[in-house]
Design a protein around this ligand. Sequence first.
Ligand SMILES: Nc1ccn([C@@H]2O[C@H](COP(=O)(O)OP(=O)(O)OP(=O)(O)O)[C@@H](O)[C@H]2O)c(=O)n1
Ligand SMILES: C[C@](O)(CO)[C@H](O)COP(=O)(O)O
Length: 227
Amino acid sequence: MSTNRFAVIVAGGSGQRMGSEAPKQFLILNGKPILMHTIELFLSLSQKPGIVLVLPKNQMERWKNLCVEYSFTANLTLTAGGETRFQSVKNGLSLIPLNNSLVAIHDGVRPLVSKQVIEECYATAAQKGIAIPVIKPVESVRLVEGSTSKAFDRNSVLLVQTPQVFKSELIKECYNVPEQPYFTDDASVVESQGYTIHTVEGNRENIKITTPFDLQIAEMLIRSKQI
Ligand SMILES: Nc1ccn([C@@H]2O[C@H](COP(=O)(O)OP(=O)(O)OP(=O)(O)O)[C@@H](O)[C@H]2O)c(=O)n1
Ligand SMILES: C[C@](O)(CO)[C@H](O)COP(=O)(O)O
């Protein structure tokens, strides 16, 4: 039996650090909203996943209007997010089947993940149940110690990206725990229940658009891809 593929694209945040009127996932990147780039990337995979899109409860109308404005007709299942990323993911996962499926959880504001990384995450998760993309830091790292800091071995640090891909029964079960402040991503939720996290090499362009500076970088990167 072949495994079904799904993607939960979380775009339920309000983008405080971007400081824009519209939540950052709706800002224009190279001619269309960031979120449409992200969705189109998943829909361009050879084995297209079923997509659950998580949006802020109060932004459904804005999204519908943008879809009309940009003639965006992708077939998606929409659901409302929650106060935190954890709650938004949990809402999205409630729409994913329990069995025989792989689910990629991806930040809507990471439109520059490569198709190769997405495919490697699905393939590794198919074998091992869990796969997340990571990159090595290219700068030196220091550990904060009170009011000072100390050099820290950068070879023992990895920077974590999305999509984080899991077998559906595993991730749905893991998200049944009470939310904790240290749950900064899906891997931290899964790990808290004793699972080992498997990593694949991410791509450096896969930035999480968080601030106006990130948007400028993303604009340059996406344009250079089209040359
Ligand atoms: N309640 C939330 C919070 C975040 N996210 C999503 O999780 C991803 C990563 O979150 P982040 O970059 O922190 O987005 P925001 O919460 O929107 O930004 P900020 O923290 O600056 O407010 C984003 O695609 C965001 O839309 C979500 O679905 N629901
Ligand atoms: C999930 C994530 O993008 C992995 O790097 C990151 O942890 C999200 O952090 P945020 O504070 O919710 O932006």
